[in-house]
Write a protein that binds this ligand. Structure first.
Ligand code: CDT
Length: 314
């Protein structure tokens, strides 16, 4: 019998600086109802889905900065989403800014969790590839200070068995780095969930901004195809506090084909009926890793960080 999972991307339009978590959760619950009515049993929400994308701002006051993070999950503002998931029998993937006490220190991560159809947290991932800068860049209309507000994730790339599917998580910029996809695929992931906030108005290079949608979809299609996994990428998009962010939420098959794609820059649900065994066809042919990979030739991938023409560079 084939294993099927009807899944959804619940794209969100802009979240203003003053919008409350309660309001964001209400928007998510409405989309959860809509997805469930369409038969979906699993939903992917965006990166940092509970607040505006605050890394675009310079916030020096620590107390003011701390307001953007969640110290508990679920907390009272987010609990209604967990309760509705249990009531409707749907699981979900949610991105948020996490503040935690670990190893005797206060630490901040850009985090995503997997919640099952009983409303129980089953998996957690902390973003590894943080884009942007630690120090504000003079003259920029919008900053991108993820390296200032978060530290690099320390949980690796875990795969969580949930809802009869092996699920992995990436967050936004991670989709551009093949290493994360591969580490998930080597653990036999069948679905990669990813939320994103991708501006297309502030790289400083108009020609790069013009290709933002193309590069996003290209990353998802190549990630899925080269690793034989389903993927769901969900945007927070539109004009958020004067920053323009791409939409184009997509659900991609292990063949690399786009099965569903959003059409707006607002709250929007897209769904796909996924045959989870489809990956097997590719993993027994072109991408039979055990037969064709040559890890003994890939040492530089883990030993060298930057590109260098010098063979002696570490
Ligand atoms: N949120 C996030 O990771 N955004 C990046 C764009 C950063 S532009 C400095 C992305 O890869 O989409």
């Amino acid at each position: 019998m084939t294993r099927r999972l009807i899944a959804a991307a619940a794209q969100m339009g802009p979240i203003s600086r003053s919008e409350t978590r309660e309001s964001c959760v209400r928007r998510m619950i409405e989309m959860m109802r809509e997805a469930a009515a369409k038969g979906a049993r699993f939903i992917v929400f965006p990166e940092l889905a509970l607040t505006s994308f605050f890394p675009r701002w310079i916030i020096d006051d620590q107390a003011e900065r701390d307001q953007w993070y969640e110290e508990q999950m679920p907390n009272p503002a987010v609990k209604p989403l967990f309760d509705m998931a249990a009531k409707l029998g749907v699981g979900f993937n949610l991105g948020y800014a996490e503040k935690t006490q670990e190893d005797g220190a206060t630490r901040y991560f850009n985090t995503a969790i997997l919640v099952d159809a009983n409303g129980k947290i089953c998996g957690k991932y902390r973003k590894v590839h943080l884009p942007g800068h630690k120090e504000p860049q003079p003259g920029r209309r919008h900053q991108h200070l993820e390296k200032r507000y978060f530290e690099q994730g320390n949980l690796g790339f875990p795969v969580t068995p949930m809802m009869d599917c092996r699920m992995g998580m990436l967050i936004c910029n991670d989709r551009r780095w093949p290493e994360g996809w591969r580490v998930l695929a080597l653990q036999a992931a069948e679905l990669v969930c990813l939320g994103y906030n991708t501006p297309n108005d502030h790289s400083g290079f108009p020609e790069v901004d013009a290709l933002a949608d193309f590069h996003h979809v290209l990353s998802m299609q190549s990630g899925s195809y080269l690793n034989s996994v389903w993927s769901i990428a969900t945007a927070k998009c539109g004009n958020e506090e004067g920053s323009s962010m791409i939409g184009n939420s997509v659900i991609v098959a292990p063949s690399g084909e786009v099965i569903a794609q959003s059409q707006t820059l607002e709250d929007e649900v897209i769904c796909a009926d996924m045959d989870l065994d489809m990956a097997t066809q590719y993993r027994q042919t072109f991408f039979d890793f055990a037969r064709h990979r040559a890890p003994e030739c890939y040492g530089l991938i883990t030993h060298r960080k930057g590109a260098s023409p010098d063979p002696d560079d570490s």
